[in-house]
Design a protein around this ligand. Sequence first.
Ligand SMILES: [Fe+2]
Ligand SMILES: [Fe+2]
Ligand SMILES: [Fe+2]
Length: 439
Amino acid sequence: MNAATPSKDIDVKLFSMVLCFSRAIDFLHPKISEHHLRVAYVASCLAEELGLGQGQIQEALIAGALHDVAAVSSAMHFDLFDDALTRYHVSTRQIPDHLHLHGWEGYLLLRDFAPFAKAASAIRFHHVNWDFGHGREFEGEQVPLTSHILHLADRIAVLPDDDRHVLEQVAGIRQAVATGTGRWFMPAVAAAFDGISEKESFWLDLTSRHKEEIISRRFGGSKVSLDLDGLYQLARIFGKIIDYRSPFTAAHSSGVAATSEELAHRLGMSPTERRLIGVAGNLHDIGKLAVPTEILDKPGRLTPQEMFIIRQHPYYTHRILSTVPGLETVNTWASLHHERLDGRGYPFRPRELPLGSRIIAVADIFTAITENRPYRRGMDRMQCLAVLDQLVAEGAIDGDVVAVLRHDFDQIHHIRRRSQSAHASDSDMTAAGALLPSA
Ligand SMILES: [Fe+2]
Ligand SMILES: [Fe+2]
Ligand SMILES: [Fe+2]
């Protein structure tokens, strides 16, 4: 890995970030291999076939790529998600009311980022049936066309049986959709599906291993770039989703980001670098999406096997972020957060650690040991500094970074706490769930 130096201009495409995160959430469930990429592909094809404009095709793509983000991120929804992928293919049964909750939570997670606002509204209603669910309106709210596109795309994505050739299943899938048209599927969207599903290439693209490349070539045209603020806001949302998986580490990424930014500022990094280190802090544990929650939240001692799995996560952080052109520096800083100066960290063991990684390593340990967790209180100043001093003495972490933390401990501690409590309250899904109209 190269310890890249950030250039002044940030050029990261929104589209690359969305696909990157979509792939990351597809790691989360053994049954959802490529589910989000498949839905993104079908939804974009349907939007195009319906003659919608570039903006709406992008909206369908973003919504498809992220639509089940709340379901896959929360253990609470895991069984339910199993149902959605297996039992409710295209069935005669009504979709149960509780299945709408993950659409609502996904909406809450994504809506505050302006480029996601419309996609978030579509995600909110992505399991609303057409007429039997009185599909133009649900709970007194207008259901966007993109929700109905998503609804059909979601069902199409789960129908092919991967053990059989997709082309031998096409007639059956088309028939199933025709049967559900009017009841579950909006007729105009089903007609668009009829048009695209005649083509063998549609099915071969849908089941291709190169789907991402196909999506990029066909629908990645708008090339919306994120400026530094946009990238920062998006990283905060992704950080929230990463933290949302585990009640034990809720808001951890936000604390690491805030602490890293404060340390970077005091160590003389430029304003751009400080923002970028905030991005890296929010994304540093994105590779944990590949670690099952049973291991992440296991109360007792981990087995050696489980330890290997946990220790893979910075490797996956690197793999996930390396697909985004322009994010090289952030990736380096984020993926090296478990490395040690003495080379005994993991998993890359580079000879040299850039300052950004050394800062995030200290911020990560500091946040982990000072934050309160459901099973223990965080350490106070003396205990925390004793742990950090010990790690400096062992040659694990940077003594200069720890000296800065010691110098301004109370202020940095306060900023870390404030950031985590703000983050926790705006992602309080229990309170949000209570606002869901009961159906
Ligand atoms: Fe869903
Ligand atoms: Fe889905
Ligand atoms: Fe980590």
